[in-house]
Structure formats: structure tokens, C-alpha cells
Design a protein. Sequence first.
Length: 336
Amino acid sequence: MRRHASCCVWIVCLAASQVYAEPLKETFTHAAMGTEFQFTLYARPGDAGTDDIRRIADEAFDIVDDLDNRISVWKNDSQISFVNHHAAQEPVKAAPDIIDLLGYCKTVCQESGGAFDITVGPLIKCWGFYKGEGVLPTDDALHEALASVGMDKVSLNTIARTISFAKPGILLDFGGIGKGLALDRAAQALREHGVKDAALNAGSSSIIAMGAPPGEPGWEVRIRDPYNDDHCLDEIVLHDESLSTSGNYEKFFEIDGKKYCHIFDPHTGKPVDGMLSASAIAPTGMQTDALSTTFFVMGEAKVRAYCAAHKNARAIIIPIPAAGAPRPVRIGFETK
């Protein structure tokens, strides 16, 4: 069920016999993809109230729901669930945008040296995250799960628009990129309706900044301190860009005082250790959503190499400190 927040602002000031108006804005929320999407929209010139932008927000949320219904591994009737169940037996046809999405995932996987891999589903299952109860797998169970991980085991035929798996047990999971793509599509719908200034959030992990609030250079986004919710470690102003953050504080479990997060190194099959959070800044939500996970897995040296080779990407990573308070490390900002 959608909830529309009532936070309309319309300030009228009189000066020199002229009327100056602060543009109207409203924030709308909607539950999807296991989180809460929040869209803050500034009204267009000529909008007399919030009804018009409310209808536009509804349309954008419908687009998010449509994507969720097709790529969610939590929905048994989704297209990706069908692919996961049948692609090991025979090639499965998929919609053109799903083929494009999978092709993009293959590209990021290759460019990142395998740090980003949407076939980590068996690892998520092996470590108990699908059931919400973390477990330490045996060496045999981990070895078996790793045998079904790897984008090289997924074949994509862009001409026939089919997906096939090299063996049973492979599971595609778009959880590391789906929210960013949903924001991209919502933003495109808003632009087509003439909305120029908006901030679109998918939970606390991804944001698309369209334009800027009136009189401001952009939208201010803060990187939270994992140890203190009331403190931020860094902040950045975004204008027509996206930012996504992956952190070890989002989903995790602890055993004997050791924290195991939900982000896996596809090479070892184990949760990444040593990183508190990784944020990616780039032109699109799909790109930053994928790269925040990628940067979390890579570590500082490889993130620096990636950003040096991809000038449209920047990073803010926060390693786990050996001692003292965590400190953000900015990468790629010197080229901006």
C-alpha cells in the first residue's frame, strides 16, 4: 500500500509589489524490493498543487513494481525465478531489457575481475541469508556452493534472446543492481513528464539526484557512520548523478563475536572482511548499485585502479580501522 507523506511547502513572500513563490515540493513513499522507496519531487512550472506530481509519482512507482515483479528471486512467478528453474535444462527466452541487464552484469563482472557476480545466489543460500538466519557452512557445503558460482557458467544469446546455464544449481540474483535500475527507470518517467528537480531514494542504499533544490548547487548526501547513527563520516553534493552505498551493517549475523556480512567475495565464497562501507558515485543508479558492491569486495588498491580506468566513477570507501575511528577514503575525486 502506498503512503503519501504530507510535506507540502508553498511559501509566498511579498516584496516591491511582486509575489515570489518557493516551488512546491512533496515527498512520496512506497514499499518495493524489500525496502522503502522515497521520492521527493519539486513541482513543475504551472502546477497549482500536488495532485499532478502525485500522479507522476504513482506512475514511477508502478514502473518500480513492474521491474520488481519480473526480476525478484522472492517471487515464484517472476521471469528470473523461471530462468533459475529452467535455464539449466534448456535455453530460456527473456524480455529484451532482461537480456540487456544480464549483459551489463556480465560486463561489470569482467571489468571488475569477478568482484561483481550476480550468480552468488548459492552462497547467499549456503550462508543462510535467504532464510534470515545466518549459519557457518561446512567446507564441503561451501565448496559445493562455489561450484555453482561464476558468470562464465551463464550463456547469453543476444540474437535469440535466451539465457542458459552450464549446470544445475546456478541462481541469478539481481539484488545488487535491481534497486539502482528501478531508480533509473523511475527518473526517466519523471523527466518525460517534465520533472527536473527531484531526489529518488531506494532505502538507505541508493539515490538519484535530479537537478537541485532551488538556489542550491545540488542535493546533499551524507555517508553514515556505521558506529554512530547520529554522525556522518563524509558528505557530497550530487547534481544529475547517482550514489549507492553497500555496508556490512545492512545485513549480517554474529557468531562468537565475529560479524559475517551479506556481501560475498565470489572467489572465496566467504563474506567480505575488512570493509565497513563502500559508496560509488556515477551517472546512473544501475552503475552505482553494481559498483558499490564491487568496491566493497575489491578493497582500496583495486578500487583506485578501477576508477583510474573509468573516469565517470568515483568512490568513498570506509575500511575497518585497525585502531581509532573509521575514516573515509575518497577515490577518483581529483579527476572530477
